[in-house]
Ligand binder design. Sequence first.
Ligand code: PLP
Length: 396
Amino acid sequence: MRVTAALARLGTETAFDVLARAVALAESGRSIVNLGIGQPDFPTPGHIVEAAVKALRDGHHGYTPANGILPLREAVARDLLKRRGVEVDPGRIVVVPGGKVTMFFAVLMFGEPGAEILYPDPGFPIYRSLIEYTGATPVPIPLHEELGFAFRAEEVLERITPRTRLLILNSPANPTGGVVPKAELDSLVAGLLRHPEVAVLSDEIYARMCYDGLEHASLLAYPELEDRLILLDGWSKTYAMTGWRIGYGVWPAALVDHAVRLAVNCHSCVHHATQWAAIAALEGPQEESERMVREFDRRRRLIVRLLNQLPGISCVMPKGAFYAFANIAATGLRAVELQDRLLEEEGVAAIAGTSFGLFGEGYLRFSYAASTEAIEEAASRMRRFLERCGVEKQSG
Ligand code: PLP
């Protein structure tokens, strides 16, 4: 068999590899503390599950329109108005099986040999993987620890060339928990007016997870970008629905038909009953989702405090999502070595920063979507490991 060369360029999410290794170790009897995988450790709220069961009982078993049922797209439009203050025509909303699918379609629309696509580094690994798959050139945008892992608008703008087709942004971010300040977005949007041919994909899947009273600043709120902004959001993180596989994109009017055609060619539509569950999520009680975010906030402060007490490790306070991106440079170990040894020697699963791009060397990502006990146990095992390695606490 001869498969395409493009397939060899497709990357992956190391988090799934580490998860597989952690599961195998656990099955062999080892005690594993998993801070690797990025998904809420809460169940989907009961009323959402009930809405799906009811939909199945009511006979919602068939195909739906490829862009999603109208009541769901209308519910999304109401939610966008309520939370982002923007009126969106439901005709511009395309419901897809997970946040990832909007990303896939956007990169497929703009990526080809000769094109350049900008993406955050360290960033969600699938951005770069997809860009390379299409044959386009990936152009990393550096994120800075001293800015809480935000980008500098001028560093984004200076990377734009006549070949740039798409700019991918993600705030709050995986893997850093970084949130880009509104002022930086303002500067970026002002600068983008000089580049009207560049489309923007704004991955806002963690929009509802901002801490310290921070308001999420959405790129959807900039009317200047309306004709070239693709908004990615969904239910996976906000409503603990990662396994349901549903998300949505808001597309510029000129791209909607392309997105729908890709959907028809790819998956036809999202599972019908799940679409009714997604309406219940948006329109039903929000307490459980809000309680989950408050709990993440508490764990965020716990894990950052514990990490900062460890020898050779420092960690800035993340402002969003549920990841802590710890600086491990002073341990003297490379990110992959620390990841592998922590897993093998201490049974602690975390992800090497290099899984998220070259600028991730010197960092390890911890998901704190895990219990308090797991976080405390991971910290104490890490202390034992680092002391065994002779890493000393930095002064100051
Ligand atoms: N975007 C980012 C930044 C993510 O971290 C993830 C999942 O980890 C996704 C998109 C994909 O979300 P979904 O599970 O809805 O496809």
